[in-house]
Design a protein around this ligand. Structure first.
Ligand SMILES: NC(=O)c1ccc[n+]([C@@H]2O[C@H](COP(=O)([O-])OP(=O)(O)OC[C@H]3O[C@@H](n4cnc5c(N)ncnc54)[C@H](O)[C@@H]3O)[C@@H](O)[C@H]2O)c1
Ligand SMILES: [Zn+2]
Ligand SMILES: [Zn+2]
Length: 449
């Protein structure tokens, strides 16, 4: 049995905790139509997880208001994230067949429960990928990704010591909430998890406040990038790209980005100051660390992980992952540890699920390197500030948007994004409710006829 299903079974046996103030495990309104589906019987298109490495567009019931603080959105934009690939691959546990995915989305308010006083029908809003209650210990500090009242999963608490917040479209491990890769979505605790968007900001820019922009910003500022720092970034996907942008913005003197494909050129074209390191082009026997030492004599001040733990580089970790001897590879973490200069800082934004073997604790300890850990980014801490920076033109999220695609073809898009085909860096997914593309934004690409 796949790890994902085994974990779900264990959770059923142990049972959830009672901390959550919102209903858990509503990952598809079709699961209990009487309770979760709109009484009209209207159907909607949604991207569903159907098993390891399989997602599919399905017609499912439209959601209804279930709780007083719920908001139902007509989705006008969503996207696919590197985090969705961890779900596709089943490396994040506790998905169930039929779960609707998508944690980055925006839309227009269609209806809401009576306790939502700060929004009106027709408001244009973007959702936070994490679901926060707004008034627990962590929410009071704006550390919304650690909200104590939106996720009652017991396995997560057992594995991590505490739980993260609930998250949209991110398995039952984070509460079990239907995601926004759909025509409609239910936003629980909608009074605090939706940010109104001014008319001056187009959908194609606002959408990315859901996750990417807040995550990359957090990655950079939480690791303390400051004036003069040399920053090395592993991963030239959307997160790594924006982390490069924000590192310069926070004073970095040099940014070196490491990957293995065309994305390095994509990022270089947008930010010519970025230096690139393609590790597949290194001479045999030359490590990433050796190359970085050649480029920066004492090593970078800061290393940022924007890849993930599920991608093994060598055979040893490949087999350890395959055999379940670890859930994550330590290869990138070790490269970061040995590359940064003594007393340098290392932040982890790429997803690590559990346990990794062979971590180079010696280098970490002996040379005073700081493994800081950035965690799931607290969107609520940054999204208003970053919206202001989009409005003023300081931040341009369009630099990462390579395609506009249709929700109808989102299953195809998942596989293309996974394989990094067609120069796909970050997509904007339109629905039947979307506005036409704004000026300067990509127009629709279709993949099937
Ligand atoms: N912490 C958070 O709040 C948060 C939020 C969003 C995304 N994430 C995570 O951040 C990570 C990056 O997201 P993304 O959307 O940019 O993902 P992505 O999958 O699009 O990009 C990852 C990049 O890493 C590269 N890569 C693979 N192995 C590598 C290696 N050994 N060295 C260097 N590069 C390598 C890939 O070629 C790819 O270009 C993912 O793990 C995602 O889940 C975390
Ligand atoms: Zn994401
Ligand atoms: Zn909270």
């Amino acid at each position: 049995m796949a790890l994902s299903q085994a974990a779900a079974l264990v959770e059923k046996v142990i049972g959830h905790d009672t901390n959550a103030v919102t209903e858990q495990d509503i990952t598809n309104p079709g699961r209990d139509r009487a309770k979760y589906a709109d009484p009209s019987g209207e159907k909607m298109k949604a991207l569903c997880w159907m098993g390891k490495n399989t997602v599919k567009m399905l017609d499912v019931p439209k959601p209804r208001v279930v709780e007083d603080r719920d908001v139902i959105l007509k989705v006008t934009g969503s996207t696919v994230c590197g985090s969705d690939l961890h779900l596709l691959h089943g490396s994040v546990v506790e998905l169930e067949k039929g779960d609707i995915l998508g944690h980055e989305f925006m839309g227009v308010v269609e209806s809401m429960g009576p306790a939502v006083k700060n929004l009106q029908k027709g408001d244009r809003v973007v959702a936070s990928f994490q679901i926060a209650c707004g008034n627990c210990y962590y929410c009071d500090k704006k550390q919304s990704s650690m909200c104590e009242k939106s996720n009652s999963n017991s396995i997560e608490a057992g594995m991590y010591g505490a739980r993260t917040a609930g998250m949209f479209g991110y398995s039952h491990f984070t509460g079990g909430f239907a995601g926004g890769q759909a025509e409609y979505v239910r936003v629980p605790l909608g009074d605090v998890n939706l940010l109104k968007i001014p008319a001056s900001v187009p959908d194609e820019k606002a959408l990315f406040l859901s996750d990417v922009l807040c995550t990359s910003w957090h990655c950079v500022v939480d690791t303390g990038v400051s004036k003069g720092d040399v920053v090395a970034i592993w991963g030239a996907g959307p997160i790594g790209q924006m982390a490069a942008d924000f590192s310069f913005m926070n004073g970095a003197s040099r940014v070196i980005i490491i990957d293995n494909n065309w994305r390095l050129d994509y990022v270089k074209e947008k930010y010519p100051k970025v230096e690139t390191l393609d590790y597949t082009a290194l001479p045999k026997g030359t490590s990433v660390t050796a190359k970085l030492r050649e480029m920066v004599p004492r090593g970078p001040d800061i290393a940022l992980e924007c890849v993930a733990g599920e991608y093994a580089k060598g055979w040893a970790h490949y087999f350890e992952l395959l055999l379940g001897l670890e859930t994550d590879s330590s290869e990138i973490i070790n490269e970061m540890i040995t590359s940064v200069k003594p007393f340098g800082r290392i932040g982890i934004t790429g997803v690590y699920v559990g346990f990794a073997n062979h971590v180079n604790l010696g280098s970490l300890m002996e040379e005073g390197k700081r493994l800081m850990g950035n965690g799931q980014a607290p969107v609520h801490m940054y999204w208003e500030k970053l919206l202001g920076m989009i409005e003023s033109g300081e931040i341009d999220p369009l630099k990462m948007v390579s395609h506009r695609v249709s929700l109808d073809e989102l299953d195809t898009v998942y596989y293309k994004f996974e394989k990094k085909e067609d120069g796909m860096q970050k997509v904007f997914v339109e629905t039947k409710f979307s506005n036409p593309p704004a000026a300067g934004c990509p127009t629709l690409t279709r993949f099937t006829t």
